[in-house]
Ligand binder design. Sequence first.
Ligand SMILES: NC(=O)C1=CN([C@@H]2O[C@H](COP(=O)(O)OP(=O)(O)OC[C@H]3O[C@@H](n4cnc5c(N)ncnc54)[C@H](O)[C@@H]3O)[C@@H](O)[C@H]2O)C=CC1
Ligand SMILES: O=C(O)C(=O)COP(=O)(O)O
Length: 612
Amino acid sequence: MQATLCHAAAPAQAPRQQRNGAAPRVQAQAGLAFRASQVVGTAVAQRRHARAAASGRTQLAVAAVAADGKPTILVAEKLGKGGVDMLKEVGTVDCSYEMSKDELLAKISLVDAIVIRSATKITREVFEASKGRLKVVGRAGVGIDNVDLAAASENGCLVVNAPTANTVAAAEHGIALLCALARNVAQADSAMKQGRWERSKWVGVSMVGKTLAIMGFGKVGSEVARRARGLGMTVLAYDPYASAEKAAALGVQIVSWEEALERGDFFSLHMPLTPNTKGMFNDESFGRMKKGARIVNVARGGVIDDDALVRALDAGIVAGAALDVFEVEPPAADNPLVGRPDVICTPHLGASTREAQEEVAYEIAEAVISALKGELTPSCVNAPMVAPEVLRELQPYVGLADGLGRAAVQLVEDSGFADVYITYHSPRGDDLDTRLLRAMVVKGMLEQITTSTVNLVNADLLAKKRGLRIVETVVPSDGTGVLDEIEVAIGSNKSKFSSAVTPAGRITVAGTVKSGTPFLTRIGAFDVDLAVEGEVVLVRQNDQPGIIAAVSTEFAKNNINISFMSVSRVAKGTQAIMAIGVDEAPSAEVVKTIAGVKGVQEVTIFSEKRAA
Ligand SMILES: NC(=O)C1=CN([C@@H]2O[C@H](COP(=O)(O)OP(=O)(O)OC[C@H]3O[C@@H](n4cnc5c(N)ncnc54)[C@H](O)[C@@H]3O)[C@@H](O)[C@H]2O)C=CC1
Ligand SMILES: O=C(O)C(=O)COP(=O)(O)O
């Protein structure tokens, strides 16, 4: 970001004519009435309630609810009843489990949101088939590798997950598999069921004093570490993004990839499946391990190269593996790992405890409802991650940024412009997080000139596609709040309203927030004072008596109610600008008549009404 080291202009003046009853455009929304958790002692529930209370619920017009006000929500995989009931309170819920791909493709254009678990793939084809209707994908769990995030963003679809509710369940399953692997529980059980009493065949190995290497030290990895310490294991972790202090607090040492591979007796995998982690356990990695290592995978099948694991098992480098997840689920009948006696398997059960599924259902229902209301939920995975406290303080400026983008672009004569300059006058200087505001300026602009759905998720992407160059400048200012003023300038001097062009040759508007309401404070070089709302008529006239009355009379004659008016002039007796808020847009005929009033130089209208 470019930071200009100069001071802001004088603080915004008091409104000349304060508009009565102007409602804040962007309001903190009361959270939904979340059900009190009946799951005693779940930290998840407590965190959930705390988060909902703290987030301030900033409305960012991320997604729109269906025109009848009731969204249709497709629940495509089994979801806890509590979550389904929550969804039913706000929308029409269609629970259709185990749909074929074709059934999904046929249904997707009829729904505003879909809730899935790990079995449903939301591919680009699905987004295309939704024809722009799908606004929210709710992943009732953590891993979002089954959702094409790039396609989601391009289609302006918000993807939310339930990041915390199944952490403990997955960690417990990891520990269950670790113990089962060390003591051959599954194999011995199977032998007994087949009538064999095999005591010497299934002698296991001890875990106490052994080294467990946790690969991926996030939420699940740390919970596994905590439990493994209780089993008396030495715990190492490899995670390029984890904090060594946080690990040390749990008695875990963060080590390099190589060191983890070389020192681990047991490995527990907990990284997400991404292009970087795909197949990271391959011949080379197995080749570095101690002979007789044992591996538990509760992460994703794709992080292991199956053929390499087969070779490592055959060579005795890996003595055993416990797999909960598979590259293809369910695995093919001829999967080379499933039938082996040195491999134990579970059918992706990591998150499958009653308690976890109940909580996951609430967590995802909350996130989906919030996203459908247009709020940026904390578990959104494809929009700029903004901390709740930052969201809260920027909230009043979100509507301003949107409105300025909307106003600026409507003053352009044609849409052939590429450069957009956004200047923030803020006491925060370079510490100001501008991502949300930039996205909202772009959204305001693009919504006027494209037919695509534009929202926080895809604003930057669409701007890039359209070849917009956005230059952001933060000017440190003296105020006490977060922001004193935002100025949006378009690098074009071809305006429908020549007074909107500054001497620098840019179509410029600026605004501020007063008592929670966004206001336009400048158009070109003229000070104005109008709420960013409704229809606005701009008139430039000679600064002489009688013109205001003549223009007002035209509105009255045509039964158009004026909601407010602000007049500003460059200097006495020269030029003045009237910004007139009207309840409905005047016809072209009325605009023409006003333009013909003696002394009027130019007239234009723009709308600050948001797209429905
Ligand atoms: N089997 C099951 O039913 C379940 C499986 N999972 C899987 O477990 C994964 C982890 O879940 P959480 O711990 O909740 O997520 P998390 O996001 O809290 O942790 C993931 C960790 O992996 C790390 N990581 C990223 N790239 C890495 C790399 N190249 N090498 C090593 N570490 C890397 C991250 O820094 C992060 O700390 C999920 O993505 C999901 O795929 C999660 C829940 C249930
Ligand atoms: O949360 C995750 O990442 C999981 O893997 C759980 O998957 P599931 O919801 O049980 O299909």
